[in-house]
Write a protein that binds this ligand. Structure first.
Ligand code: FES
Ligand code: FES
Length: 172
């Protein structure tokens, strides 16, 4: 067994941990550091429950080896709030009842935050009409765009319409 020691900033706190080099970022967060906001749904990159923001970009933490992320900045859904203030996306999920069992919610919220940044930066999606032009930073994100861009996140209990409504409120 080979072990490596790495340091991550997790939700603003520097954390150093020694792990088997085969350990995923998700298992490092949950099992070694006690950070349980990201969830393990499939462990295969298919559900999005483990989504975190890694150096500002949404990332499936079950598909990353922790040792490859030494020095990275990791933000989970739990780390999005500032003091007592919820992140606007978190508040919108509450306001629109965008959760039922809540298991997928941390990943949905991290993915939404990352997706909104991608959209603001003009990144196109598969349903963007003009892929060359991308999405104008000022353009409205349609529900179709939101659904496509969030399609990597599954909600097993089917709160999709409310999740789309929550994200749309923040986007517009
Ligand atoms: S647990 Fe990572 S995508 Fe499902
Ligand atoms: S809130 Fe239940 S699976 Fe998404």
């Amino acid at each position: 067994m080979h072990e490596s020691t790495l340091t991550l900033t997790v939700d603003g706190v520097s954390r150093t941990v020694t792990v088997d080099t085969r350990t995923t970022l998700l298992d490092t967060l949950r099992d070694r550091l006690g950070v349980t906001s990201p969830k393990k749904g499939c462990d295969h990159g298919q559900c999005g429950a483990c989504t975190v923001l890694l150096d500002g970009r949404r990332t499936l933490s079950c598909l990353r080896l922790a040792v490859a992320e030494h020095g990275a900045d990791v933000v989970t859904s739990a780390g999005l709030r500032v003091g007592d203030d919820l992140h606007p996306v978190q508040q919108a999920f509450i306001d629109h009842d965008g959760l039922q069992c809540g298991y997928c919610t941390p990943g949905q919220i991290c993915s939404a935050v990352g997706m909104l940044e991608e959209a603001r930066a003009g990144h196109p999606s598969h349903v963007t009409e003009d892929l060359e032009a991308g999405l104008d930073g000022g353009a409205e994100l349609t529900d179709e765009e939101i659904r496509e861009r969030m399609s990597g996140n599954l909600c097993r209990c089917g709160a999709y319409p409310h999740i789309v409504a929550a994200i749309a409120e923040v986007a517009r």
